[in-house]
Design a protein around this ligand. Sequence first.
Ligand SMILES: [Zn+2]
Length: 396
Amino acid sequence: MTIDDAPRDALRGGPRELLRWVATGAAVSRADLSRLSGLSPSTVSQRVEALISQGLLEEAGAGRSRGGRRPRQLAVPTGGAVVGAIDLGAHHARVGVLDLSGRVVQARTLPVRIEDGPEAVLGALLAEVATLVSSDPTAGGGAVAGGSTGGALRGVGIGIPGPVQHSTGRIVSPSRMPGWNGFDVAAFCAGRVDVPVIVDNDANLMALGAHRTAHSELDHAVYIKAGTGIGSGVISSGRLHRGAQGSAGDISHCRVVADPAPPCTCGNAGCLEAVASGAALVTALREQGVPVSDLTGVIRLIDDGDRQATALARQAGRAVGEILAVVVNFFNPQVVAIGGRLADCEPLLASMRATLYERCLPLATQTLLIERVAAGQDLGITGAAHLVIDHVVAGA
Ligand SMILES: [Zn+2]
Protein backbone atom coordinates (compact mmCIF):
# COMPACT_ATOMS: atom_id res chain seq x y z
CA MET A 1 0.00 0.00 0.00
CA THR A 2 1.33 3.42 -0.86
CA ILE A 3 0.85 6.02 1.79
CA ASP A 4 1.16 9.58 0.66
CA ASP A 5 2.46 10.97 3.89
CA ALA A 6 3.50 14.36 2.58
CA PRO A 7 0.64 16.24 4.28
CA ARG A 8 1.57 14.61 7.57
CA ASP A 9 5.08 15.98 7.38
CA ALA A 10 3.61 19.38 8.09
CA LEU A 11 2.53 18.03 11.50
CA ARG A 12 5.64 15.98 12.10
CA GLY A 13 7.18 16.77 15.45
CA GLY A 14 4.40 19.10 16.62
CA PRO A 15 3.53 18.85 20.34
CA ARG A 16 0.49 16.67 19.55
CA GLU A 17 2.57 14.20 17.64
CA LEU A 18 5.33 14.07 20.26
CA LEU A 19 2.69 13.36 22.90
CA ARG A 20 1.06 10.72 20.72
CA TRP A 21 4.36 8.92 20.12
CA VAL A 22 4.93 8.73 23.86
CA ALA A 23 1.31 7.74 24.56
CA THR A 24 1.47 4.89 22.02
CA GLY A 25 4.86 3.67 23.23
CA ALA A 26 6.58 4.52 19.92
CA ALA A 27 8.93 6.78 21.88
CA VAL A 28 10.16 6.59 25.48
CA SER A 29 12.93 9.17 25.37
CA ARG A 30 13.90 12.52 23.89
CA ALA A 31 16.31 10.64 21.60
CA ASP A 32 13.41 8.52 20.25
CA LEU A 33 11.38 11.66 19.61
CA SER A 34 14.29 13.29 17.82
CA ARG A 35 14.75 10.22 15.61
CA LEU A 36 11.03 9.90 14.79
CA SER A 37 10.48 13.59 14.12
CA GLY A 38 13.76 14.41 12.45
CA LEU A 39 13.96 17.45 14.72
CA SER A 40 17.16 18.49 16.47
CA PRO A 41 17.62 17.27 20.06
CA SER A 42 17.42 20.85 21.35
CA THR A 43 14.07 21.52 19.61
CA VAL A 44 12.70 18.24 20.95
CA SER A 45 13.92 19.10 24.44
CA GLN A 46 12.24 22.49 24.31
CA ARG A 47 8.92 20.98 23.26
CA VAL A 48 9.18 18.19 25.83
CA GLU A 49 9.88 20.70 28.62
CA ALA A 50 6.78 22.67 27.57
CA LEU A 51 4.67 19.49 27.67
CA ILE A 52 6.10 18.54 31.07
CA SER A 53 5.37 21.98 32.51
CA GLN A 54 1.75 21.62 31.28
CA GLY A 55 1.48 18.29 33.08
CA LEU A 56 0.96 16.49 29.78
CA LEU A 57 4.19 14.48 29.98
CA GLU A 58 6.18 13.23 32.94
CA GLU A 59 9.58 11.77 33.47
CA ALA A 60 9.63 8.29 34.91
CA GLY A 61 12.71 6.40 36.03
CA ALA A 62 15.72 5.90 33.85
CA GLY A 63 15.77 4.29 30.42
CA ARG A 64 18.32 1.89 28.96
CA SER A 65 21.65 3.53 28.42
CA ARG A 66 23.93 2.93 25.46
CA GLY A 67 26.89 4.10 27.51
CA GLY A 68 27.08 7.40 29.32
CA ARG A 69 24.28 8.93 31.34
CA ARG A 70 21.03 6.98 31.45
CA PRO A 71 18.32 8.79 29.42
CA ARG A 72 15.28 9.88 31.42
CA GLN A 73 12.16 8.01 30.31
CA LEU A 74 9.12 9.93 29.20
CA ALA A 75 5.57 8.89 29.92
CA VAL A 76 2.06 10.28 29.63
CA PRO A 77 0.60 10.62 33.13
CA THR A 78 -1.92 7.80 33.47
CA GLY A 79 -4.54 6.77 35.98
CA GLY A 80 -5.95 10.15 36.93
CA ALA A 81 -9.35 11.22 35.63
CA VAL A 82 -8.46 14.41 33.81
CA VAL A 83 -10.74 14.50 30.79
CA GLY A 84 -14.52 14.35 30.94
CA ALA A 85 -16.40 12.80 28.02
CA ILE A 86 -20.07 12.54 27.10
CA ASP A 87 -21.38 10.54 24.14
CA LEU A 88 -25.06 11.37 23.84
CA GLY A 89 -27.30 8.94 21.97
CA ALA A 90 -31.00 8.86 21.18
CA HIS A 91 -31.93 6.89 24.30
CA HIS A 92 -28.70 6.53 26.29
CA ALA A 93 -25.58 8.50 27.05
CA ARG A 94 -22.15 7.11 27.81
CA VAL A 95 -20.38 9.30 30.32
CA GLY A 96 -16.76 8.80 31.30
CA VAL A 97 -13.57 10.23 32.66
CA LEU A 98 -10.31 9.38 30.91
CA ASP A 99 -6.62 10.01 31.45
CA LEU A 100 -4.30 11.95 29.18
CA SER A 101 -3.37 8.88 27.18
CA GLY A 102 -7.05 8.48 26.25
CA ARG A 103 -7.55 5.49 28.54
CA VAL A 104 -10.97 5.17 30.21
CA VAL A 105 -10.64 5.54 33.99
CA GLN A 106 -14.35 5.23 34.76
CA ALA A 107 -17.47 5.20 32.60
CA ARG A 108 -21.15 4.51 32.90
CA THR A 109 -24.22 4.41 30.69
CA LEU A 110 -27.27 6.43 31.64
CA PRO A 111 -30.78 6.37 30.17
CA VAL A 112 -31.66 9.66 28.48
CA ARG A 113 -34.89 11.26 27.32
CA ILE A 114 -33.78 13.60 24.52
CA GLU A 115 -37.25 15.16 24.51
CA ASP A 116 -36.63 16.54 28.02
CA GLY A 117 -34.60 19.22 26.23
CA PRO A 118 -30.97 20.29 26.26
CA GLU A 119 -30.82 22.06 29.66
CA ALA A 120 -32.17 19.08 31.59
CA VAL A 121 -30.25 16.42 29.66
CA LEU A 122 -26.87 18.19 29.50
CA GLY A 123 -27.18 19.47 33.08
CA ALA A 124 -27.64 15.90 34.35
CA LEU A 125 -24.77 14.55 32.24
CA LEU A 126 -22.34 17.28 33.36
CA ALA A 127 -23.30 16.50 36.96
CA GLU A 128 -22.47 12.85 36.25
CA VAL A 129 -19.02 13.84 34.95
CA ALA A 130 -18.48 15.76 38.21
CA THR A 131 -19.53 12.72 40.23
CA LEU A 132 -17.11 10.46 38.31
CA VAL A 133 -14.23 12.91 38.73
CA SER A 134 -14.84 13.39 42.44
CA SER A 135 -15.13 9.63 43.01
CA ASP A 136 -11.71 9.07 41.43
CA PRO A 137 -9.18 9.04 44.27
CA THR A 138 -6.29 9.98 41.96
CA ALA A 139 -7.99 12.97 40.35
CA GLY A 140 -7.79 15.46 43.18
CA GLY A 141 -11.23 16.94 42.70
CA GLY A 142 -13.17 18.29 39.76
CA ALA A 143 -14.16 21.61 38.33
CA VAL A 144 -17.65 20.87 37.13
CA ALA A 145 -21.11 21.94 38.20
CA GLY A 146 -20.13 23.34 41.55
CA GLY A 147 -17.55 20.65 42.31
CA SER A 148 -14.31 21.55 44.00
CA THR A 149 -11.66 23.11 41.81
CA GLY A 150 -8.76 20.79 42.36
CA GLY A 151 -7.63 21.65 38.86
CA ALA A 152 -7.39 18.02 37.78
CA LEU A 153 -10.00 18.24 35.03
CA ARG A 154 -8.55 19.66 31.81
CA GLY A 155 -11.66 19.75 29.64
CA VAL A 156 -14.91 18.07 28.63
CA GLY A 157 -15.65 16.63 25.18
CA ILE A 158 -19.29 16.15 24.16
CA GLY A 159 -20.75 14.21 21.23
CA ILE A 160 -24.25 15.09 19.98
CA PRO A 161 -26.36 12.80 17.72
CA GLY A 162 -27.05 15.60 15.25
CA PRO A 163 -25.31 18.28 13.16
CA VAL A 164 -23.03 20.56 15.18
CA GLN A 165 -21.52 23.79 13.85
CA HIS A 166 -17.99 23.18 15.02
CA SER A 167 -16.84 26.79 15.36
CA THR A 168 -19.68 27.71 17.73
CA GLY A 169 -20.71 24.39 19.31
CA ARG A 170 -24.30 25.04 18.24
CA ILE A 171 -26.74 22.33 17.10
CA VAL A 172 -28.29 22.95 13.67
CA SER A 173 -31.50 21.22 12.51
CA PRO A 174 -31.15 17.82 14.20
CA SER A 175 -33.55 15.11 13.00
CA ARG A 176 -34.76 13.50 16.20
CA MET A 177 -33.98 16.07 18.90
CA PRO A 178 -37.12 18.17 19.49
CA GLY A 179 -36.27 21.39 21.35
CA TRP A 180 -32.54 21.22 20.55
CA ASN A 181 -32.43 23.12 17.23
CA GLY A 182 -30.12 26.12 17.48
CA PHE A 183 -29.13 25.27 21.05
CA ASP A 184 -25.69 26.55 21.96
CA VAL A 185 -24.21 23.54 23.76
CA ALA A 186 -20.80 25.15 24.22
CA ALA A 187 -22.24 28.32 25.82
CA PHE A 188 -24.57 26.33 28.08
CA CYS A 189 -21.73 24.13 29.31
CA ALA A 190 -19.32 27.07 29.67
CA GLY A 191 -21.71 28.44 32.29
CA ARG A 192 -21.39 25.25 34.32
CA VAL A 193 -17.84 24.13 33.78
CA ASP A 194 -14.67 26.15 34.21
CA VAL A 195 -12.61 24.10 31.75
CA PRO A 196 -12.75 24.07 27.92
CA VAL A 197 -15.77 22.26 26.45
CA ILE A 198 -15.53 20.88 22.94
CA VAL A 199 -18.65 19.80 21.08
CA ASP A 200 -18.86 17.68 17.95
CA ASN A 201 -21.26 15.23 16.36
CA ASP A 202 -21.28 11.61 17.48
CA ALA A 203 -20.04 10.19 14.14
CA ASN A 204 -16.95 12.41 14.26
CA LEU A 205 -16.22 11.25 17.80
CA MET A 206 -16.57 7.60 16.83
CA ALA A 207 -14.28 8.22 13.84
CA LEU A 208 -11.63 9.88 15.96
CA GLY A 209 -11.86 7.22 18.68
CA ALA A 210 -11.66 4.37 16.15
CA HIS A 211 -8.83 5.98 14.20
CA ARG A 212 -6.68 6.66 17.25
CA THR A 213 -7.40 3.19 18.66
CA ALA A 214 -7.13 0.99 15.56
CA HIS A 215 -5.84 2.85 12.50
CA SER A 216 -3.50 5.59 13.67
CA GLU A 217 -0.95 4.45 11.06
CA LEU A 218 -3.46 5.11 8.23
CA ASP A 219 -3.88 8.63 6.89
CA HIS A 220 -7.23 8.41 5.07
CA ALA A 221 -10.24 6.72 6.61
CA VAL A 222 -14.04 6.87 6.58
CA TYR A 223 -16.12 5.66 9.52
CA ILE A 224 -19.85 5.08 9.16
CA LYS A 225 -21.95 5.22 12.30
CA ALA A 226 -25.16 3.29 11.71
CA GLY A 227 -27.48 3.26 14.69
CA THR A 228 -30.80 5.00 15.24
CA GLY A 229 -29.47 7.66 12.83
CA ILE A 230 -26.78 7.34 10.21
CA GLY A 231 -23.69 9.47 9.70
CA SER A 232 -20.00 9.31 8.99
CA GLY A 233 -16.72 10.82 10.11
CA VAL A 234 -13.78 11.44 7.80
CA ILE A 235 -10.07 11.26 8.66
CA SER A 236 -7.95 13.01 6.04
CA SER A 237 -4.15 13.20 6.24
CA GLY A 238 -4.39 11.80 9.77
CA ARG A 239 -6.80 14.45 11.05
CA LEU A 240 -10.53 14.73 11.51
CA HIS A 241 -11.89 16.56 8.46
CA ARG A 242 -14.79 18.82 9.40
CA GLY A 243 -15.12 21.04 6.35
CA ALA A 244 -16.11 24.70 6.48
CA GLN A 245 -18.97 24.45 9.00
CA GLY A 246 -18.49 21.04 10.58
CA SER A 247 -20.92 19.14 8.36
CA ALA A 248 -18.31 17.11 6.41
CA GLY A 249 -19.22 13.43 6.48
CA ASP A 250 -22.91 14.05 7.14
CA ILE A 251 -24.34 11.60 4.64
CA SER A 252 -27.76 11.32 6.29
CA HIS A 253 -29.60 13.41 3.70
CA CYS A 254 -27.85 12.14 0.58
CA ARG A 255 -30.46 10.75 -1.77
CA VAL A 256 -30.52 7.05 -2.62
CA VAL A 257 -32.48 5.02 -5.15
CA ALA A 258 -35.63 3.86 -3.36
CA ASP A 259 -39.05 3.11 -4.75
CA PRO A 260 -41.22 4.28 -3.15
CA ALA A 261 -38.98 6.99 -1.68
CA PRO A 262 -39.89 7.28 2.02
CA PRO A 263 -40.38 10.82 3.37
CA CYS A 264 -37.53 12.17 5.48
CA THR A 265 -37.60 14.41 8.56
CA CYS A 266 -35.77 17.08 6.50
CA GLY A 267 -38.77 17.51 4.18
CA ASN A 268 -37.26 15.68 1.21
CA ALA A 269 -37.85 12.04 0.29
CA GLY A 270 -35.50 9.12 -0.27
CA CYS A 271 -32.69 10.36 2.00
CA LEU A 272 -30.23 7.72 3.24
CA GLU A 273 -31.51 8.29 6.77
CA ALA A 274 -35.11 7.61 5.68
CA VAL A 275 -34.07 4.28 4.09
CA ALA A 276 -31.14 2.87 6.04
CA SER A 277 -31.10 4.23 9.60
CA GLY A 278 -32.28 2.19 12.56
CA ALA A 279 -35.23 4.57 12.96
CA ALA A 280 -36.17 3.98 9.28
CA LEU A 281 -36.09 0.20 9.74
CA VAL A 282 -38.41 0.47 12.76
CA THR A 283 -40.85 2.65 10.77
CA ALA A 284 -40.76 0.42 7.68
CA LEU A 285 -41.39 -2.76 9.69
CA ARG A 286 -44.30 -1.16 11.55
CA GLU A 287 -45.81 -0.09 8.24
CA GLN A 288 -45.63 -3.74 7.17
CA GLY A 289 -47.60 -4.65 10.30
CA VAL A 290 -44.69 -6.04 12.30
CA PRO A 291 -45.10 -4.96 15.95
CA VAL A 292 -41.60 -3.71 16.68
CA SER A 293 -40.93 -0.82 19.03
CA ASP A 294 -37.23 -0.03 18.71
CA LEU A 295 -33.91 -0.84 17.07
CA THR A 296 -33.20 -3.62 19.57
CA GLY A 297 -36.38 -5.34 18.36
CA VAL A 298 -35.34 -4.92 14.71
CA ILE A 299 -31.89 -6.40 15.34
CA ARG A 300 -33.46 -9.34 17.16
CA LEU A 301 -35.76 -10.03 14.17
CA ILE A 302 -32.80 -9.87 11.76
CA ASP A 303 -30.76 -12.22 13.97
CA ASP A 304 -33.75 -14.61 14.00
CA GLY A 305 -33.79 -14.57 10.19
CA ASP A 306 -37.15 -12.82 9.91
CA ARG A 307 -37.88 -12.46 6.18
CA GLN A 308 -39.23 -8.89 6.19
CA ALA A 309 -36.59 -7.53 8.53
CA THR A 310 -33.79 -9.22 6.60
CA ALA A 311 -35.05 -7.83 3.27
CA LEU A 312 -35.13 -4.33 4.76
CA ALA A 313 -31.62 -4.76 6.17
CA ARG A 314 -30.35 -5.77 2.71
CA GLN A 315 -32.04 -2.76 1.15
CA ALA A 316 -30.44 -0.55 3.83
CA GLY A 317 -27.02 -2.09 3.13
CA ARG A 318 -27.38 -1.39 -0.61
CA ALA A 319 -28.33 2.22 0.14
CA VAL A 320 -25.32 2.70 2.43
CA GLY A 321 -23.07 1.04 -0.17
CA GLU A 322 -24.42 3.33 -2.90
CA ILE A 323 -23.51 6.49 -0.98
CA LEU A 324 -20.26 5.00 0.26
CA ALA A 325 -19.22 4.16 -3.31
CA VAL A 326 -19.42 7.84 -4.21
CA VAL A 327 -17.43 8.71 -1.11
CA VAL A 328 -14.76 6.08 -1.87
CA ASN A 329 -14.44 7.08 -5.54
CA PHE A 330 -14.18 10.72 -4.55
CA PHE A 331 -12.00 10.45 -1.45
CA ASN A 332 -9.95 7.25 -1.98
CA PRO A 333 -9.61 6.19 1.69
CA GLN A 334 -7.41 3.32 2.89
CA VAL A 335 -10.12 1.98 5.16
CA VAL A 336 -13.89 2.15 5.41
CA ALA A 337 -15.18 0.94 8.75
CA ILE A 338 -18.74 0.65 9.95
CA GLY A 339 -19.76 1.01 13.58
CA GLY A 340 -22.92 1.64 15.56
CA ARG A 341 -25.58 -0.86 16.52
CA LEU A 342 -26.34 -1.89 12.91
CA ALA A 343 -22.69 -2.80 12.26
CA ASP A 344 -23.29 -6.32 13.58
CA CYS A 345 -26.16 -6.83 11.18
CA GLU A 346 -24.75 -9.36 8.70
CA PRO A 347 -27.26 -8.95 5.80
CA LEU A 348 -26.75 -5.16 5.88
CA LEU A 349 -22.97 -5.50 5.89
CA ALA A 350 -22.91 -8.08 3.09
CA SER A 351 -25.03 -6.00 0.72
CA MET A 352 -23.11 -2.82 1.60
CA ARG A 353 -19.85 -4.55 0.72
CA ALA A 354 -21.20 -6.01 -2.55
CA THR A 355 -22.58 -2.63 -3.68
CA LEU A 356 -19.33 -0.92 -2.80
CA TYR A 357 -17.23 -3.29 -4.94
CA GLU A 358 -19.72 -3.14 -7.78
CA ARG A 359 -19.80 0.65 -7.94
CA CYS A 360 -16.21 1.62 -7.18
CA LEU A 361 -13.21 2.12 -9.41
CA PRO A 362 -10.84 -0.86 -9.16
CA LEU A 363 -8.03 1.51 -8.24
CA ALA A 364 -10.04 2.81 -5.29
CA THR A 365 -10.87 -0.67 -3.94
CA GLN A 366 -7.63 -2.50 -4.81
CA THR A 367 -6.19 -2.17 -1.31
CA LEU A 368 -9.26 -0.77 0.44
CA LEU A 369 -9.93 -2.31 3.83
CA ILE A 370 -13.63 -2.73 4.61
CA GLU A 371 -14.09 -3.48 8.29
CA ARG A 372 -16.34 -3.36 11.28
CA VAL A 373 -15.29 -0.79 13.81
CA ALA A 374 -13.91 -2.72 16.78
CA ALA A 375 -16.78 -3.45 19.14
CA GLY A 376 -17.08 -1.47 22.33
CA GLN A 377 -19.21 1.28 23.70
CA ASP A 378 -16.29 3.53 24.58
CA LEU A 379 -15.13 4.70 21.14
CA GLY A 380 -17.35 7.79 21.38
CA ILE A 381 -16.00 8.89 24.76
CA THR A 382 -12.47 7.97 23.65
CA GLY A 383 -12.89 10.24 20.63
CA ALA A 384 -14.35 12.97 22.88
CA ALA A 385 -11.32 12.69 25.17
CA HIS A 386 -8.91 12.93 22.23
CA LEU A 387 -10.67 16.12 21.08
CA VAL A 388 -9.94 17.61 24.49
CA ILE A 389 -6.39 16.25 24.69
CA ASP A 390 -5.60 17.68 21.24
CA HIS A 391 -7.03 21.02 22.34
CA VAL A 392 -5.00 21.04 25.56
CA VAL A 393 -1.82 20.03 23.73
CA ALA A 394 -2.37 22.67 21.03
CA GLY A 395 -2.49 25.27 23.78
CA ALA A 396 0.57 23.89 25.56
ZN1 LIG B 1 -33.50 14.04 4.62
